[in-house]
Design a protein around this ligand. Structure first.
Ligand code: ATP
Length: 354
């Protein structure tokens, strides 16, 4: 798809950023520093009022920075013209804010029009993006009121992508969608991101959404203090303090198990021939689902089947435990080297792992 060729992404850096709103004593954001590598999704998460939206909106200067700076591709935003800056940054919000009097094609073309693209180029780009977000071309002629909430949200994403920005900001983009459609939209978005590989800052108050969507998660607490910044697996394996441990939940072990599938672990290949009588699970199952079957069936091990249905090995508690231990040590190495994590969202792990 041509969008892939055009796609570009920029690294983002918060450098000692603070924000104090006029007339307030305590800062909303305090000396915030972290880096998002190009093409990764960074999720800002934390309790209400911890400064997630403030941090995000300083990136496109919807909110002024009090001190420090935010660098996009190494260039500070503080000295940029806000209007010009915003054309280079895609922005998706909870209530998508499509223009009701414009059809979908023209809604998607909002930024390209501001950039002076000609009509044909705008129409071509809109058609390309409708295809990318999985909506039929004829929907381009409809108006926002003629779409479902989930479809409108997808159009919001397409509109944010229209001018191929190197960075996207997404503020609780799926927050207003019911749980089932929300999950669909999250999965579609992860698929899309595997293709477009944008740098994305994503705000949510939902830790499960953060774990699912983020390559990295920044956990903030009241006063805009960054408590932990790491991959979902590393945060679940090693929360830095009680605040993070409580925030990720007592079931963090199970959440970790849901991050990877049997494809990611070393199966026991020695007992394959005698595995026929055992309960089977497909290799695309998450470790969490495999554990659940082990418990439900009171089994010591399960036979794991490959894509053609044949048994490729067995799995029991021992293999799952070993994978978790290895995962945690790989994560701490990744942390030191700031290389992408082993359980990277864009690694192509099947949807069942999400
Ligand atoms: N315009 C403003 N003037 C003064 N204080 C503000 C302003 N906007 C936000 N704040 C304060 O800054 C802090 C951070 O607010 P922010 O909206 O960034 O938090 P949040 O983490 O996004 O919260 P939520 O999850 O509830 O949306 C809060 O204490 C809030 O009351």
């Amino acid at each position: 798809m041509p969008v892939k060729d055009a796609a570009s992404a920029a690294p983002l850096e918060f450098r000692n950023v603070s924000k104090r709103y006029a007339g307030t004593e305590a800062p909303a954001i305090q000396d915030l520093s972290f880096t998002v590598p190009a093409g990764e999704v960074c999720v800002l998460v934390g309790p209400s009022g911890c400064g997630k939206t403030t941090a995000m909106r300083m990136v496109n200067r919807m909110i002024d920075i009090t001190s420090g700076d935010i660098l996009i591709d190494g260039k500070g935003v503080k000295n940029r013209q806000p209007a010009e800056l915003r054309r280079e940054i895609g922005y998706v919000i909870q209530h998508v804010g499509l223009f009701p009097h414009l059809n979908i094609t023209n809604n998607i073309g909002t930024v390209p029009r501001l950039l002076g693209w000609d009509k044909k180029r705008i129409a071509d780009r809109s058609a390309e993006l409708l295809e990318l977000i999985g909506l039929p071309a004829e929907m381009g002629k409809r108006y926002p009121s003629q779409l479902s909430g989930g479809q409108r949200q997808r159009v919001g994403v397409a509109r944010a992508l229209a001018a191929d920005p190197p960075l996207m900001l997404m503020d609780e983009p799926f927050g207003a969608i019911d749980p089932i459609n929300r999950e669909n939209l999250q999965n579609q978005f992860l698929r899309l991101q595997r293709e477009i590989r944008k740098t994305i800052v994503f705000v949510t108050h939902d830790i499960d959404e953060a774990i699912k969507m983020g390559d990295r998660i920044a956990i903030l607490r009241e006063g805009g203090e960054l408590v932990q910044y790491d991959t979902p697996d590393a945060i679940l394996a090693n929360p830095v303090n009680d605040f993070v441990a409580k925030f990720v939940g007592q079931d963090r072990g199970l959440k970790r198990l849901a991050l990877s599938t049997l494809e990611h672990i070393e199966l026991d290949r020695s007992a394959t021939s005698s595995a026929a009588e055992r309960v089977t699970v497909p290799v695309t199952s998450t470790l969490r689902d495999a554990l659940s079957v082990l418990i439900t069936e009171s089994a010591d091990s399960l036979a794991v089947t490959g894509s053609d249905g044949s048994v490729i090995g067995t799995v029991g508690i021992e293999q799952i435990n070993r994978a978790l231990r290895q995962g945690a040590s790989q994560e701490s190495e990744a942390e030191r080297a700031t290389t992408p994590p082993s359980l990277d969202k864009a690694s192509g792990a099947p949807e069942s792992a999400r």
